[in-house]
Design a protein around this ligand. Structure first.
Ligand SMILES: [Zn+2]
Length: 253
């Protein structure tokens, strides 16, 4: 059911949080917009201005790799300056209180880790943009290293071990979803009693299946998003408001 106003929604959410033993949050771009991170998929987002580079293309073409890294370096100031918002901090408070074992995110911005979540408790379905990996052997690289090599050679570098391309540790269009993360997200969704979907339009599959999975396994489902989502009909509570305002009251609890 849709909360009639922000205040009654927050009150109802507070009751549900108090009654829950195990809460699993699922977060999308909406939780990070107040932090200055653009929603890449939304109208006006950079993927609507620039054609996304598909994974196959990245692997096949030095030019595509160069362009991909130029875009990433252009975004560096935005990512580097971003700080956790009220939504991130509210979830971190519930995590510290022992209510949240881990969370699932579609975001690549590292802000949940920055808010206090241990790395192993953030399940990143779309990877992470703050470091890089060799697509051959998986060796991790700092972005500074990639930038330095790019500046020196005028082209995106390959791995020093196996000579395969180095790519941000994000999941590109056309790239497989990571097995381990999908498995862990599935288990979390099946073993919680409150699932809170935050700032996601819940249209990108397979990620969008988790709220329904949790609901089918007996959890209560809360959806917090500015816009209607595909799954509002099955939710126990829908808060259609700004995420910072909806979760702000739970910071520091
Ligand atoms: Zn390698």
């Amino acid at each position: 059911m849709i909360a009639s106003d922000l205040r009654s929604g927050v009150e109802r959410l507070g009751d549900m949080i108090a009654e829950a033993k195990t809460i699993v949050p699922f977060t999308g771009a909406g939780i990070s917009t107040e932090c200055g991170i653009p929603d890449f998929r939304s109208p006006g987002g950079i993927w609507t201005r620039y054609r996304p580079i598909q994974f196959d293309e990245f692997v096949a073409s030095q030019e595509a790799r160069d362009e991909s890294w130029r875009r990433r370096f252009a975004m560096e100031e935005v990512f580097a300056a971003a700080k956790p918002g009220r939504g991130h901090r509210a979830l971190a408070s519930l995590y510290r209180a022992g209510k949240i074992p881990a969370l699932i995110t579609q975001n690549i911005d590292n802000l949940h880790q920055a808010s206090g979540f241990a790395t192993e408790h953030v399940i990143e379905l779309h990877g992470n943009t703050t470091y890089a990996r060799c697509i051959g052997c998986g060796k991790a690289y700092q972005l500074d290293w990639v930038k330095r090599r790019f500046d020196e050679e005028g082209a995106a570098p390959n791995c020093t071990v196996c000579d395969e391309p180095v790519k941000t540790a994000t999941i590109s269009f056309g790239q497989m979803m990571p097995d381990d993360e999908m498995q862990r997200a599935t288990e979390l969704s099946q073993h919680c009693d409150l699932f809170i979907a935050i700032g996601s339009s819940l249209v990108v599959w397979p990620a969008a299946g988790f709220p329904m999975m949790a609901k089918n396994c007996g959890a209560r489902l809360v959806i917090i998003n500015r816009e209607p989502t595909d799954q509002d009909d099955i939710a126990d509570l829908v808060i259609r408001h700004d995420i910072g305002e909806a979760l702000g009251p739970f910071v520091g609890n």
